[in-house]
Design a protein around this ligand. Structure first.
Ligand SMILES: Nc1ncnc2c1ncn2[C@@H]1O[C@H](COP(=O)(O)OP(=O)(O)OP(=O)(O)O)[C@@H](O)[C@H]1O
Ligand SMILES: [Mg+2]
Length: 349
């Protein structure tokens, strides 16, 4: 299980867990965006979008924040499920208590109870100290069950009991302990279908799914792509202390038309790559569309193939001429027809 990690306190929580914070902090090794050493949280990482789809999601999330009901957040990977969960927590009356995201994928049934309900020292071989477990560690706050579909079937009944009775029984100490923990859950699987197939318990499904928030994939609200590009542009210009990089209308159009299979996470990674590498936006957009690995584009002049130099020169001329092919051809001192042929060759059009 991949759970967060608590700072301070005499009892360990179990595994690693991430605690809710209200600022972006530089914290190498912590949960981070796209593998970069920056951590984004509810307030510093607002849920960005102008589309009706995003407005609906935000409206629903905000309307359920103050209640204690279970919320199931569905959406493909990278659509912002955890961000919405954090927002619900941040706007709830529990915001001064922990927010603990728990990645339920890979929890073994044997460890489930100790990780969730805690254990006492000596409860089993290897239990060298008392452990609170996730539910008690988030007492008064909120647990986000990420990838909830992956909880082993046998453990689902135990979790349901804790949710219903609002108490947990630590391993090795069979005395129920009252808890006041709210549960939010996220999934990129179709949980209702899993219930039909007998892979997920119906009773737990109903309990978690008092309110269901579905975050659509980015390709279904691509009018948000430009605002997301601007949002992450500002963010990474600030983080990497670089001048803002202008994106031309053409690049924006190409990116807006792209399907973004990795959703907002992929888009954020693209913008970060732009700021880290300094590669021309047009070229980087083209690489995204054609799925060219970054390593195929050396940045220094050394080691560039003739073809790469030609391509870079073309892209630069296009950018400088604001994508006017006639002007670009003049800059490159070639006939317009030659440029048109080269654009095709390099898959730039
Ligand atoms: N609408 C949005 N506005 C701003 N940032 C967003 C938005 N949606 C997602 N992000 C950012 O994209 C990244 C991925 O989001 P998040 O981790 O919440 O996705 P997820 O749906 O939980 O993905 P997974 O299923 O892979 O766990 C995060 O850095 C998050 O801050
Ligand atoms: Mg997630």
């Amino acid at each position: 299980m991949n759970v967060g990690h608590r700072s301070g306190g005499s009892e360990s929580v179990g595994g690693r867990f991430r605690r809710g914070r209200a600022r972006a902090v530089r914290h190498p090794g912590e949960a981070c965006i796209m593998g970069s050493p920056f951590r984004l949280d509810a307030e510093s990482a607002p849920f960005v979008g102008i589309s009706q789809a995003v407005k609906n999601v935000l409206q629903l999330a905000d309307s359920v924040a103050k209640s204690d009901c279970g919320v199931l957040i569905e959406g493909e990977s990278g659509t912002g499920k955890e961000l919405i969960a954090r927002r619900i927590w941040a706007k709830s009356n529990r915001a001064d208590k922990p927010f603990l995201p728990v990645n339920c994928a890979g929890i073994s049934e044997s460890l489930f109870e100790s990780q969730f309900f805690g254990h006492v020292r000596g409860a089993f071989t290897g239990a060298e100290q008392n452990m609170l477990g996730v539910i008690r560690a988030a007492d008064g706050g909120t647990v986000f069950l990420d990838e909830v579909s992956e909880i082993p079937y046998g453990s689902q009944a135990k979790l349901l009991r804790a949710l219903q009775e609002r108490e947990v029984m630590p391993v090795g100490k069979p005395v129920p302990v009252k808890v006041d923990t709210r549960f939010l859950a996220g999934t990129n699987r179709n949980l209702a279908e899993m219930v039909q197939e007998g892979k997920f318990r119906r009773d737990l499904y109903y309990r978690l799914n008092i309110v269901r928030i579905v975050i659509p994939p980015l390709r279904e609200h691509n009018e948000d792509v430009p605002v997301l590009l601007d949002h992450f542009g500002r963010l990474f210009a600030d983080i990497y202390r670089r001048e803002p990089i202008e994106l031309s209308r053409e690049v924006r159009a190409v990116l807006t038309g792209y399907a973004w299979p990795g959703n907002v996470r992929e888009l954020a990674a693209w913008v970060e790559r732009l700021y880290v590498t300094g590669i021309a936006p047009q070229l980087l957009a083209d690489m995204l569309i054609n799925d060219t690995p970054l390593t195929a584009q050396p940045r220094s002049a050394e080691g560039l193939s003739l073809k790469q130099v030609e391509r870079a020169a073309i892209v630069q001329a296009l950018e400088r001429s604001d994508f006017n092919q006639r002007k670009a051809a003049r800059m490159l001192q070639v006939h317009r027809a030659t440029l048109a042929r080269k654009l095709k060759q390099h898959k730039l059009i």
